[in-house]
Design a protein around this ligand. Structure first.
Ligand SMILES: NC(=O)c1ccc[n+]([C@@H]2O[C@H](COP(=O)([O-])OP(=O)(O)OC[C@H]3O[C@@H](n4cnc5c(N)ncnc54)[C@H](O)[C@@H]3O)[C@@H](O)[C@H]2O)c1
Length: 271
């Protein structure tokens, strides 16, 4: 087992990629604390971890609220004293149907070579609330959790911080300006903190998955999914388990020379 005796906290672990990572780490021997803004989801995954015979904690909180984040770290340290692995995974995405339709239509028009394209009118319709909430959950949340984790990890002179970015942060995605900006911000944050924290044996890296079949994309138009899958040479979406395998590599001592990197399991969508 690669994570025996380790303790981990995974944010947004009540669903999709976070859940797969939490279960993968538990199978590899770690005690895993489960955060999610949805208490019911966090409790369900904690139950699955218990069924694997591992210790767990349920830590519901909104990662975009620094007071709530501080409180869950206090709860965690009261129980476990140390934290070896933090996965900043919690996230949201805005999949407004009319925006998806406009993107599909523009794609079809380009293929058909027909006339002057109509304005997409997507980024101009992003509200202040959507912009702020997207940046708050992804970027503020990653920073707040990292800040608390560093207090523990630098003192214990060991730690692994894994930040969930996205191909959106590497190449930019049409129709997802706030999300792409937040994910690019996470990549910058990863690299800056990686340079500082490695002095104390704390490794900070990011994962930038391509499109992964999770509940996050349940609202995505079927045609949109088909177009995206075709853009990846592998011709399909990834699975949460395929991302969890990369997270396990970064969480384990197999990645002992990997600092400030962005690993991108994306089926060739972005090279
Ligand atoms: N699915 C993809 O294609 C894909 C691709 C690249 C990156 N990602 C990233 O991977 C991460 C996980 O995505 P997923 O596809 O598993 O999504 P998901 O919707 O299945 O799971 C996300 C979880 O985060 C929780 N959450 C949302 N806001 C939160 C908050 N403020 N505080 C705490 N928890 C919160 C949700 O309740 C949910 O359980 C996200 O950061 C996402 O941006 C996903």
């Amino acid at each position: 087992m690669k994570l025996a005796q380790r303790t981990a906290l995974v944010t947004g672990a009540g669903s999709g990629i976070g859940r797969a990572i939490a279960l993968c780490f538990a199978r590899e021997g770690a005690a895993v604390a489960v955060n999610d803004i949805r208490r019911d989801r966090a409790e369900a995954v904690a139950q699955e971890i218990r069924a694997l015979g591992r210790e767990t904690l349920t830590l519901p909180a909104d990662v975009s609220d620094s007071v709530e984040v501080r409180a869950i770290f206090e709860q965690l340290t009261a129980q476990w004293q140390r934290l070896d692995i933090l996965v900043n995974n919690a996230g949201i995405v805005e999949l407004e149907p009319s925006r998806q339709q406009r993107l599909i239509q523009a794609h079809m028009e380009r293929l058909a070579g027909s006339g002057a394209p109509a304005p997409l009118a997507i980024s101009q319709s992003i509200t202040d609330m959507e912009w702020r909430r997207t940046l708050a959950v992804h970027l503020d949340g990653t920073f707040y959790c990292t800040r608390e984790a560093l207090k523990l990890m630098e003192a214990q002179r060991y730690g692994k911080i894994i930040n969930m970015a996205s191909v959106a942060g590497l190449t930019g995605l049409a129709g997802a300006a706030a999300y792409s900006a937040a994910k690019a911000g996470i990549i910058g944050l990863t690299k800056a903190i990686a340079r500082e924290a490695i002095h104390c044996g704390v490794y900070v890296n990011a994962i930038a998955p391509g499109f992964i079949d999770t509940p996050m994309l349940a609202e995505m138009d079927a045609e949109m999914k088909r177009l995206i899958a075709l853009q990846a040479p592998i011709g399909r979406f990834g699975t949460p388990e395929e991302v969890a395998a990369v997270a396990l590599h970064l969480a384990s001592d197999d990645s002992s020379y990997t600092v400030g990197q962005v690993l991108s399991p994306n089926g060739g969508f972005y090279m």
